[in-house]
Design a protein around this ligand. Structure first.
Ligand code: FEO
Length: 167
């Protein structure tokens, strides 16, 4: 049986994943309104990934016989000053999420909850990828600066992202 502490922390993490999904959806809408369809598409893919992360934890908690009372999702930020502003915000969100997964892993370890640790292993690896992919975009945006043609080129590239298959 899963401990009440881990149950509570998993519920909070589920909320965090769906909050991230909603934030990415708001970012997709922002890009769409800026006529940057490639970036909008990329953010929609990101939204799908976060939903999948939330569902992985959701199913895991239920499979362990845990109780789950879903919490509310707060209103996402909808105003951004630039493409870079959006990606800085996304990066901050991912870094916070990494911290949260690490804490959860630590908690599971301190309670000798090996199954939860094992389940979280996938998330630890995923966070490395998530942070890297956004850091790469931030680095490219820095290079592009005020060059509109560079930004449009990147917009095209971002539009090529395909949905990730769940492992
Ligand atoms: Fe679910 Fe982007 O971490």
């Amino acid at each position: 049986m899963i401990s009440a502490e881990v149950e509570k922390a998993l519920a909070a993490q589920i909320n965090q994943e769906f909050t991230a999904a909603y934030n990415y959806l708001a970012m997709a809408a922002w890009f769409d309104q800026e006529s940057l369809d490639g970036f909008a598409h990329w953010m929609q893919m990101q939204n799908q990934e976060e939903n999948m992360h939330g569902m992985r934890l959701f199913q895991y908690l239920l499979d362990r016989g845990g109780n789950l009372e879903l919490d509310g999702i707060s209103k996402p930020r909808t105003e951004y000053s630039s493409v870079m502003d959006v990606f800085q915000s996304a990066l901050e969100q991912e870094r916070e999420n990494t911290k949260s997964i690490n804490k959860l892993y630590e908690l599971a370890g301190s309670l000798n909850d090996y199954a939860t640790k094992s389940h979280l292993q996938w998330f630890l690896d995923e966070q490395v990828e998530e942070e890297k992919s956004i850091e790469d975009v931030v680095a490219l945006l820095e290079k592009i600066g005020d060059d509109a043609s560079g930004l449009l080129y990147l917009n095209d590239k971002m539009g090529e992202r395909s949905a990730e298959k769940e492992e």
